[in-house]
Design a protein around this ligand. Structure first.
Ligand SMILES: [Zn+2]
Length: 195
């Protein structure tokens, strides 16, 4: 999920000789755009909870922050698997990093209509009704089962990313007119080689 509210960026800090953190460099994945069939098929369940999955999770967080998103699902980097990362603080709070393997919404409550975007559909937004509260059952990057409750933006991010794992894009939640208009504009952009 994209978040345009992070557009006011602080100026880049000056390069210091001693880095503050010694984390390994991360792979920044290019984000797959609408039109790629991987975005419209359901992902396979995650079965191997190994070091490779942990690497993938960290690379997905890095890719998501680089794209200024608040959620990223594996199909959006071309991997058809039920795996996603969410951080509605955009990297400001390390404790807000959430890894979801094989997530499912087990409870939903209330309704909120809010504008939504998607890193795979850059430049387009639309109003989508989502639950105000959701409970999600998932597994951690190590395979441990857990439950997490989300409210408002977090609930929206969970629903948006879980939709991705089922091959569903936010366009499908829009009214037909709005959806067709966006699809037409994307078609035009593609013809012009800009998509
Ligand atoms: Zn998305």
């Amino acid at each position: 999920m994209s978040d345009k509210s992070t557009s006011s960026k602080a100026p880049a800090a000056a390069i210091t000789e001693t880095p503050l953190v010694s984390s390994p460099p991360r792979k920044i994945y290019p984000i797959v755009k609408y039109g790629d069939p991987v975005l419209e098929k359901a992902g396979a369940p995650v079965k191997d909870f190994d070091a490779e999955l942990e690497e993938l999770a960290e690379d997905m967080f890095a890719s998501m922050y680089a794209a200024q998103g608040v959620g990223l699902a594996a199909p959006q980097i071309g991997k058809s698997m039920r795996f996603a990362v969410v951080d509605v603080t955009g990297g400001k709070n390390p404790e807000a990093k959430i890894v979801l393997a094989n997530p499912e919404v087990t409870h939903a409550e209330g309704e909120v209509r809010e504008e939504e975007g998607c890193l795979s559909i850059p430049g387009f937004r639309g109003y989508v009704v989502r639950p105000q509260f959701v409970t999600v059952k998932a597994q951690s990057v190590k395979g441990e089962p857990f439950e997490i409750r989300g409210e408002n933006l977090l609930a929206r991010a969970f629903c948006h990313e879980i939709d991705h794992l089922n091959g569903i894009l936010f366009l499908q939640h829009l009214g037909m007119l709005k959806r067709d208009m966006i699809k037409r504009k994307i078609k035009k952009l593609r013809k012009q080689g800009e998509w």
